[in-house]
Design a protein around this ligand. Structure first.
Ligand SMILES: Nc1ncnc2c1ncn2[C@@H]1O[C@H](COP(=O)(O)OP(=O)(O)OP(=O)(O)O)[C@@H](O)[C@H]1O
Ligand SMILES: [Mg+2]
Length: 316
């Protein structure tokens, strides 16, 4: 299968008064066309920064992003505009991300207008088409975000993201702000759209049951780095990084054969500002040893199962 996007040694640092904050620190992975890769990890580990940097909403500090064979980090402004149409984002809270003064139809129409290569007639047909696709009744076209419920608002967010027919969509906690009953509807819609349009998703979430349901593969992040990556099935069946084990041990196990031990975290979270070279999870890891002070690298443990832990063989 062809990779639609490849991320090589991506870094995104933020300047802060206390030094450089390493929000994304040397992350590499690739995604096959039509797949969903879930990104999990606790608040502040860099999930949103990674997603936003991948689609160039944030400028990277270092590294390369190859999208459909082209280096997104090194293109001119015109090419970037083109690429951007092809890489979109769905945000967590559509109430915060939608313009409160724009109606549903105006919100969905706007990206088509900004793209500058659609005629007025095309804009109207495309807008009507995408509204129907995401299940927004035409009669709601003149409603403002505050007049709609969370599910409908997110349908508008999805319609806006898909209006230009992108290939790649970063979904940043798209259902976290919704009632559980609505979450399933939106997830199903996203899956149907993925199938119809051969979309590739990066799906960011805190919710392990959501990520398990939606993703083909999962990346686990800890303080700006990827600590484990595997197919969804393999990751839930056989988590090997101590942080992944701790993360997964918090949820119930439906599969009685799954290897699962309870890992309790102690210690303080390391600061993401000017971190030391060794393992960032060390301060909280029950298996920490001298060797963990060395820089760690994500390496392949078994086929398509990657982990960044020098002691992985001893502790599993
Ligand atoms: N514009 C910014 N300036 C400075 N620091 C930032 C900026 N944006 C994010 N950060 C920091 O970068 C780190 C990663 O933040 P990010 O929002 O990517 O995490 P996250 O995993 O998406 O968290 P959450 O689950 O809460 O959404 C955090 O330490 C955050 O404080
Ligand atoms: Mg986030």
């Amino acid at each position: 299968m062809e990779n639609i996007i490849e991320v090589h040694h991506l870094k995104k640092y933020f300047k802060t008064p206390r030094g450089m904050l390493h929000a994304v620190d040397d992350v590499s992975f690739s995604i096959e066309k039509g797949k969903t890769v879930g990104i999990v990890g606790e608040s502040g580990c860099g999930k949103s920064t990674l997603g936003r940097t991948m689609i160039h909403l944030l400028e990277s500090t270092d590294g390369r992003i190859i999208f459909k064979g082209e280096d997104v980090t090194r293109v001119n402004a015109k090419k970037l505009r083109e690429l951007r149409e092809n890489m979109q984002i769905i945000f967590q809270d559509p109430f915060a991300s939608l313009n409160p003064r724009m109606t549903a139809i105006e919100t969905i129409r706007e990206p088509l207008q900004l793209a500058e290569h659609y005629s007025a007639a095309e804009i109207e047909t495309e807008t009507a088409k995408i509204m129907e696709t995401v299940g927004i009744d035409r009669r709601l076209g003149n409603s403002y975000p505050h007049e709609l419920d969370g599910g409908r608002r997110q349908r508008i967010g999805i319609a806006r993201a898909l209006a230009l027919n992108p290939d790649f969509v970063v979904c940043d906690e798209p259902v976290s702000a919704l009632d559980v009953s609505i979450q399933a509807q939106i997830l199903n819609l996203m899956q149907d759209l993925q199938e119809e349009r051969k979309l590739t998703y990066v799906f960011i979430t805190h919710d392990l049951s959501v990520v398990r349901y939606i993703s083909d593969e999962i990346c686990v992040m800890y303080l700006g780095q990827m600590v484990e990556r595997a197919s969804t099935k393999e990751l839930f069946r056989n988590p090997v990084h101590p942080y992944t084990k701790a993360l997964l041990s918090a949820i119930p196990v439906p599969d009685i054969h799954a290897k699962r031990e309870f890992v309790k975290l102690t210690g303080e979270v390391t600061s993401p500002i000017e971190p030391k070279p060794g393992c960032r999870f060390m301060a909280r890891c029950p298996y920490a040893a001298e060797a963990c002070k060395k820089p760690q690298e994500l390496s392949e443990l078994s086929e398509n199962h990657f982990v960044s832990c020098i002691r992985v063989k001893e502790i599993n």
